[in-house]
Design a protein around this ligand. Structure first.
Ligand SMILES: Nc1nc2c(ncn2[C@@H]2O[C@H](COP(=O)(O)OP(=O)(O)OP(=O)(O)O)[C@@H](O)[C@H]2O)c(=O)[nH]1
Ligand SMILES: [Mg+2]
Length: 471
């Protein structure tokens, strides 16, 4: 989309959720926003006095079109550049009738506005440099945040900390690249403007920073979409019963037939401000049944993707069987990066031996990283222990740490990291300067693509089309 055309149109859209509500807000932005709205707006049955209009102030009055009263409204005008989009804008708060909202849009369109495309308000704000691309994406995350943790991460990104870090890295690399490229102009003379040892040190520092950001994606993504917690174990151990108990509803089918759950079932749950994504899996056992086999493969995949693994053990099967199931689960978990919580389930069927079994299991497994608790998923016993363990086991980043939550950013960081590594290799083996500077340019390109310093219209189109209309 051409930026000039974009700025000439005056756009309108409903900014509040669709449907009926107490009030609804219609947003208008573009060069004709203020003239169009003032034309329709009356106060005390008189046309609104444009001369007295003060920016960022709300006015009470009426929307009247062709002498017909539409609604009693509040209008706020925003003069460029002091608006969300950076253009002249207005917001009209109407009563939230679906008819009033639609009618107002029709009237605005009849007066020269056009309907905004998805994300067009935010896109205009980006084009007018109200914020960079990473911050624009943070707005989408903020709107979608479902937990305190996701909200905090989005707010941090919106404040621009992440963008600042990227800018600092880019400007240092850019300086070095320019010096190298200057050498190319003097190639006859064999001069070296860019100090190679300085470049190596800078590369190491930048690469470490890029990799740290890249690695934060696992946690960042978990916070945004819910921390994945896989519930795994042999068939009939009570995995689906636990999922239902956690959710407080009969989500998964529970039965005493081994192999009830064939596919994975995922549900999110907010516990104390943290969003978890619980994944009930097909019970692990040797089977020749094709569908069940596929389900079991999925279970293994879910174990590898989870941040937390809840291993279910069935107390009714006896200690030896529980121990070997526990060992099989331990073997599948990467204890350095994943938290394992083993649950001795169905302790309601035991007479007070729960603690003894728990002690024995801890002793035999002999690993302080593994948490073992007693549970009765069916009767709700031990659920609080599980909640508390989940909370403690969460490696929450410090509130100020930058976390990458966006897959696009993650991908760009991955490419930047590869390019930087190839610069490093190039310096080791003394490859020609022009090749090194090419790799540096690549790294700069990927880092710049995150904040939108370097972007194509196509990329912008894809990003903003994911926003809702009116945003
Ligand atoms: N006594 C008792 N029975 C339980 C408990 N938890 C689950 N059960 C029973 O154990 C049986 C199996 O429960 P499910 O939740 O279907 O087990 P699952 O691990 O999902 O089984 P699959 O999907 O086949 O792998 C059911 O009859 C449950 O009622 C518990 O805490 N105590
Ligand atoms: Mg099940």
């Amino acid at each position: 989309m051409n930026t000039n055309i974009l700025n000439k149109d005056t756009i309108c859209a409903i900014a509040t959720p669709h449907g009926m509500g107490a009030i609804a807000v219609v947003r208008i932005s573009g060069p004709a926003a203020i003239p169009i709205v003032t034309q329709l707006f009356t106060q005390n049955s008189k046309p609104f006095d444009k001369e007295k209009m003060v920016s960022n102030k709300a006015y009470y009055g009426h929307i009247v079109d062709h002498d017909e009263l539409l609604d009693e409204v509040l209008v706020t005008f925003f003069k460029a550049p002091h608006s969300f989009t950076g253009e002249d804008s207005a917001e009209i708060s109407v009563h939230g009738s679906v008819y009033v909202q639609q009618k107002l849009l029709q009237i605005l369109i009849a007066h020269g506005c056009r309907m905004a495309e998805a994300g067009e308000f935010t896109r205009r704000a980006f084009v007018n440099r109200k914020f960079d691309l990473a911050q624009a994406e943070a707005i989408a995350d903020l709107i979608n945040s479902e937990s305190e943790a996701a909200h905090r991460v989005a707010i941090n990104q919106l404040k621009g900390g992440f963008s600042k870090e990227l800018q600092v890295m880019r400007s240092k690399l850019l300086e070095m690249t320019s010096l190298m490229e200057l050498e190319l102009d003097f190639s006859e003379e064999d001069v070296e403007f860019a100090d190679r040892s300085q470049l190596k040190a800078l590369l190491q520092e930048t690469l470490a920073h890029v990799d740290r950001l890249k690695d934060s994606f696992r946690l960042g993504n978990a916070i945004k979409n819910g921390i994945p917690v896989a519930i795994v174990g042999q068939t009939n151990t009570g995995k689906s019963t636990l999922l239902n108990a956690l959710l407080g509803e009969d989500r998964a089918i529970v039965s005493d037939i081994a192999g009830t759950t064939r596919d994975t079932i995922e549900e999110t749950l907010n516990i104390n401000g943290i969003l978890y994504r619980f994944i009930d899996t097909a019970g692990l056992r040797n089977t020749d049944e094709t569908i069940e086999k596929i389900g079991i493969e999925r279970s293994y995949k879910k174990i590898s993707e989870a941040n937390v693994v809840i291993g279910m053990l069935d107390a009714t099967t006896g200690y030896e069987s529980m121990l070997s199931s526990a060992q099989a689960i331990v073997a599948k978990v990467d204890l350095q990066h994943q938290q394992l919580i083993l649950c001795i389930n169905k302790v309601d069927t035991l007479d007070d031996q729960g603690e003894t079994l728990l002690g024995a299991l801890r002793l035999d497994l002999n690993n302080d990283d593994i948490i073992v608790i007693c549970l009765s998923a069916k009767h709700g016993f031990g659920l609080n222990d599980l909640y508390n363990t989940l909370k403690l086991s969460q490696p929450l980043a410090s509130p100020d740490a930058t976390l990458v939550t966006n897959a696009r950013h993650y991908e760009a960081l991955m490419h930047a990291s590869e390019s930087l590594k190839s610069v490093q290799r190039g310096l080791e083996i003394n490859i020609p300067t022009d090749l090194i500077s090419q790799d540096l340019r690549q790294a700069l390109y990927y880092l710049g693509s995150i904040t939108g310093e370097i972007t194509t219209d196509e990329i912008l189109g894809t990003i903003f089309s994911r926003f809702c209309i009116g945003k």
